[in-house]
Design a protein around this ligand. Structure first.
Ligand SMILES: CC(C)(COP(=O)(O)OP(=O)(O)OC[C@H]1O[C@@H](n2cnc3c(N)ncnc32)[C@H](O)[C@@H]1OP(=O)(O)O)[C@@H](O)C(=O)NCCC(=O)NCCS
Length: 287
């Protein structure tokens, strides 16, 4: 390995970290990192721990981030520039942000090296989470005769809005929707109208999180997607656990699998119910 140093990140490292993320995740021709990518990293820097790996010329070639969610440490990011992968940098970064004990969780990419690093550190592979996406014209969803209305973000008590996360998503333009039948609220969803982290389809609206009362998880997701399209969304993206009842319905309705992550969490880490909850790329806090 070339001489590499891992150190705490500073604000002036964020553009370099976003460039590593883009080089690792992007494809030729895809747009350069958006300002909102740096916004997320700035948020991790402010509310958790962000480290970078740099060469002896001072170039940032990797970064890792982790944030507290109550007792849980959530690994939010781990990326190494493609030109420097498989030479030990990822392991160094991971060990700089992830404690050796206590509840720890992350959504691992399907990268075998990432999985190998996490599983060897005691995280267990719990379930797959499918990233689904589609442009509006491809989606054909049944009408469930449910109402949606915008509600207050804070009162909706979303899982990703943990104590260390006040208002981040609201500031990023997210809104909350409540789904009701004629008698009661069936669930909530938090969504944004654009998805800068979807490098190829940033115009898609994203469901960041949804939760539902028992027996209505699919109804809630479907009603929210219908509401998003009715309000003019160019398309939708969301992450759905493998056991969630919306998954086969959405695949039958025109959404396509864009990727698969695996929720990895230590044995002492409770996670939200994957049959009733969807969470987009954020580890689930214990409940
Ligand atoms: C995943 C990633 C961060 C790892 O960083 P890296 O610098 O390439 O990884 P390292 O060289 O430090 O470690 C790779 C480990 O995977 C292990 N590994 C490699 N192939 C493996 C396989 N098929 N099965 C299991 N383990 C494997 C290696 O033995 C090594 O572990 P060791 O150092 O303890 O022996 C980096 O490859 C990357 O950025 N990938 C693309 C983006 C990504 O998927 N990020 C993860 C987001 S969750």
């Amino acid at each position: 390995m070339a001489r590499v140093r891992v150190r705490p990140a500073r604000a002036d490292d964020l553009a370099g970290a976003a460039a590593v993320w883009h080089a690792s995740e992007g494809h030729p021709g895809s747009a350069p990192p958006s300002p909102s990518a740096t916004g997320w990293l700035r948020h991790v820097l402010a509310t958790g721990r962000l480290v970078v790996a740099e060469t002896d010329t001072g170039r940032v070639i990797g970064f890792a981030g982790a944030r507290p969610e109550g007792a849980l440490t959530a690994l939010t990011d781990l990326f190494v520039h493609p030109g420097h992968q498989s030479s030990g940098v990822g392991g160094l970064l991971l060990d700089a942000v992830l404690p050796t004990h206590g509840p720890r969780a992350t959504f691992a990419s399907a990268d075998r090296r990432a999985l190998g690093l996490y599983l060897r550190r005691g995280l267990l592979a719990r379930w797959p989470a499918f990233y689904l996406a589609a442009g509006r014209d491809a989606v054909r969803l049944p009408d469930r005769d449910l109402q949606t209305r915008e509600v207050d973000m804070v009162e909706s008590q979303f899982l990703v809005q943990g104590p260390a996360d006040p208002g981040f998503w609201a500031e990023a333009g997210a809104i909350a929707l409540e789904v009701r039948d004629r008698r009661r609220a069936l669930g909530h969803a938090m969504l944004t109208w654009h998805s800068p982290e979807w490098l190829h389809q940033p115009e898609l609206a994203t469901i960041l999180e949804s939760s539902a009362v028992r027996g209505h998880a699919a109804d809630v997701v479907i009603a929210v997607i219908r509401a998003m399209l009715a309000r003019g969304a160019a398309g939708v993206a969301l992450q759905v656990p493998g056991a969630h009842p919306a998954l086969p319905i959405l695949l039958g309705a025109g959404l396509r699998i864009a990727g698969v992550d695996i929720l990895c969490a230590t044995a002492d880490c409770g996670v939200a119910d994957p049959e009733r909850t969807t969470v987009h790329g954020e580890p689930l806090p214990p409940i």
